[in-house]
Design a protein around this ligand. Sequence first.
Ligand code: ZN
Length: 471
Amino acid sequence: MSCKSASVLTALGVVTLVSAGTLQAAERVDLIVKNAHVLTMDASRTAYEKGVVAVRGDTIVAVGGPGLLGRYQAEIVIDAGGDIAMPGMINLHNHIAMVAFRGLGEDGVENRLFEFFFPLEKEMLSRDLIRVASRQGAIEMALAGVTLVADMYYHEDEVARAVAEVGIRGVLGETVIGFPVVDAAEPWGGLAYAEEFIKEWKGHPLITPAVAPHAPYTVPPEWLLKSKALAEREGVPILFHMAEFAHEERLIREGVGAFPEEKSVVRYLEELGFLSDALLAAHVIYVDEADMAILKRHGVGVSHNPKANSRGATGMSPAWEMFGKGLDIGLGTDGPMGSNQMDIVNVLGYAASVARLRGQDGRRFTPYELVSMATMGGARALDMEDQIGSLEVGKKADIVIVDIHAANMQPIYDPYAALVFSAYPENVRTTIVNGEIVVRDRVVKTADLEVHEREWKALTKRVAEFAKTLE
Ligand SMILES: [Zn+2]
């Protein structure tokens, strides 16, 4: 085209003069983020100052420098004002609804799990509580730039409803466990519940339903394999706690009696035929070199949850070693009873500290590596790296904008170091998931916050009243 006019209308939209003598129709997209320090987290570590991300529907259609602005136009244009734009952070391990009980039993309860927490759960858990508390957790995570959470709990369909309402992604595993629980009167009833949940939610744009056999010490081989068979039949992930405790071999022997002598937990699970690339294992602390090689060979994803592991004194994971060996490892928080914060910003620097303390080596994990674990690492652990984890053309538009003008973020010489060691979750300004703005300028735009506030107040009042009876 050689027309010199800069405002010819075409079927595609307004025509813009983009360079001397050349006319191109500005392509219509739905959303543009401009003037951002874009950290793509792609394989070449590409970053753009004054960068642009163009989104059509749920998909990124262009990422690049300011030159892209002439090629795209959109109704919604977010001027990032120089702030960082990065892929959404992935929280690989949580029990979101437990936020209803956050902060209880912190003060010298001797056996917190059995004498405080189990009675609390037994008395208080309901569909209603799980839905409202999950919504609260999803709001907290959206505000902190978490665009995907992997969760294991009960009534996972209620978790799904809440997470989808807020508008972040969820990989949500219905718990399979051998005693009666809130959503299954019979032991192992979670498996049938999981099957129904999976059939109901499979194919949802934000929710990936999954099955979650609790742990090797609570679930015997038969039910581990039944859970795996369900996941294979339905093509969904398996969420699981693995090698979390130093005495897990003893726990397995006492709990399900299936543990052979002189085997590690990982080798036991491998011989059982339980390991696969559909498996996402949380914690993975008590593993040796041979175990790590086995996990890598089977493509098992790992959630590293250093805050929960150190807070509960369960141990320090060899996360740095697993990362170095090329395992699919990302970051998680664990539930809000084990790690009271659910954001990943706080985990970034913490993971560095724990790895450095463990190895007595202040060089372990570079800031880039940690940001990569929180984004691409999480995506790989979930086998979703072709869809999310980086800002690249063709991937889903899960984008987070982080305020670099906040006092704690200044100066910005190395944006990765600022994110890892200086940032607070409140520095996240805007969270976009699947092309939709979930948080804009620190305000949730999706859920009905008035209704939520009312329901959350009523719920926490009930919990507070019951908790008094446990003191
Ligand atoms: Zn957990």
